[in-house]
Design a protein around this ligand. Structure first.
Ligand SMILES: O=C(O)C(=O)Cc1ccccc1
Length: 393
């Protein structure tokens, strides 16, 4: 179960060091490692399953992090787009849902390039069929949202659960959700309107901000006002409910069918190959296999100094590990709450957080060694998940 780098044992399942790690009995059993070797790591048993307390946090003294409260939900966004919220007829947020109500949560724009899907536990995964027959998947938005399509691509027979609030999930992700999969989805945006309306009649168009951005050229050509909504299907629903001829929505063909709208134009995005990456989140990490190519997502912060990022990235280059994504986010004014074993949090400021995806599985020694090496350089390091690469596109 434990590898050791420079005398510091690290857990192969979640990469935590022995010092701050006590949850891996459950995983060690699943990956076929000896019970005796890992028994000393165990301290929690919850409802017949071993609970992961650390969630893959790699840090010298801390065990979990969550962003400190922010009130950053403007009603007018930075692009001058107005924001409206669709009618509520579905779950308000994921944390208010009983956990048995869903096994996965799907999708919302976390970073510009991808969306999230979560939470499904290892237990749920093992009891479900690969088509998702027994899986309930929560996603942000109304039926017909692209997030729902992503969920159905990953688990064709899953039951999808619409949700309108992902704020809570953002926080939960930091504490106990793991990335267990990714979905690459071709997103073809359609312009929808009331039956019989021509696109030239439209004066305003509603959609998710990302959809509005991706269709900027078409919308500018039409000379319409852009109005942002929580999700594209919500935009379609509002358009249908308001019954105003000069209002349209950008959403999917399926949304047009569900809300009784006409498709005025198809594939209206600026980039013909419009692919969005969605992530699947779970309460517990999956046991990474070695049967198919895997990817690992991490987040870390660095001390300031010359060449620190170069050194940090070299840990992967030295082991021939390909990076598929690197993104930095300023964090100076947004503290992370670091929670220790006593469950008391303290706010810590990091100047930048680096989000990196690398193409190796945590089951591979080269990935474990790379992370152990990175831990020597990083102020804070956390494994967000290890999951099979979606190669379907
Ligand atoms: O609004 C939706 O339906 C979503 O799922 C978010 C989204 C928006 C634009 C592209 C991909 C996903």
């Amino acid at each position: 179960m434990m590898a050791s780098i420079k005398g510091v044992p690290i857990c192969k399942a979640c990469c935590a060091t022995n010092n701050n790690h006590r949850h891996c009995y459950y995983y060690s059993k699943q990956i076929g490692l000896s019970e005796s070797g890992s028994r000393n790591l165990l301290n929690l048993r919850v409802q017949n399953k071993w609970e992961c307390r650390l969630g893959g946090v790699l840090t010298k003294t801390q065990t979990a992090t969550t962003p400190v409260e922010e009130n950053d939900k403007p009603s007018v966004d930075g692009n001058g787009e107005t924001q409206i919220t669709e009618a509520r007829g579905f779950h308000r947020d994921l944390q208010s849902l009983p956990s048995e109500d869903f096994t996965l949560v799907v999708v919302f724009p976390l970073w510009p390039t991808f969306h999230l899907v979560g939470p499904l536990s290892a237990i749920d995964l093992s009891s479900s069929l690969s088509d998702g027959s027994k899986v309930r998947v929560a996603y942000q938005g109304l039926p017909g949202a692209y997030s729902e399509a992503a969920a159905l691509k990953a688990y064709p027979k899953c039951e999808t659960v619409p949700c309108d609030e992902f704020e809570a999930v953002f926080k939960a992700v930091e504490l106990w959700l793991h990335i267990v999969g990714e979905v690459q989805l071709v997103v073809n945006h359609c312009l929808l309107g009331l039956p019989g309306v021509r696109k030239e009649e439209l004066k305003r168009v509603l959609s998710h901000p990302q959809a509005l951005d991706q269709c900027e050229m078409t919308l500018n050509k039409l000379g319409v006002t852009k109005v942002s909504t929580n999700d594209s299907a919500g935009a379609a629903q509002i358009t249908a409910a308001e019954r105003v001829r000069d209002t349209g929505a950008i959403a999917s063909v399926r949304a047009a069918e569900i809300y009784g709208l006409d498709v005025l134009a198809e594939r209206i995005q600026d980039d013909t190959d419009n692919i969005t990456r969605f992530l699947i989140l779970a309460r517990e990490p999956i046991i990474p296999g070695s049967d198919r190519p895997h990817k690992t997502s991490i987040v870390f912060s660095l001390e300031e100094g010359p060449g620190v990022l170069f050194k940090a990235l070299a840990v992967f280059a030295l082991r021939n590990i390909n990076l598929s994504k690197i993104e930095s986010r300023p964090q100076r004014y947004r503290p992370l709450r670091i929670v220790d074993d006593s469950n008391k949090g303290s706010a810590k400021y990091f100047d930048y957080l680096f989000y990196v995806d690398f193409e190796a599985s945590m089951a591979e020694p080269r990935a474990q060694y790379a992370l152990a090496h990175l831990q020597e350089i990083a102020k804070f390091l956390r494994v967000l998940g290890c999951y099979p690469i979606d190669t379907t596109l």
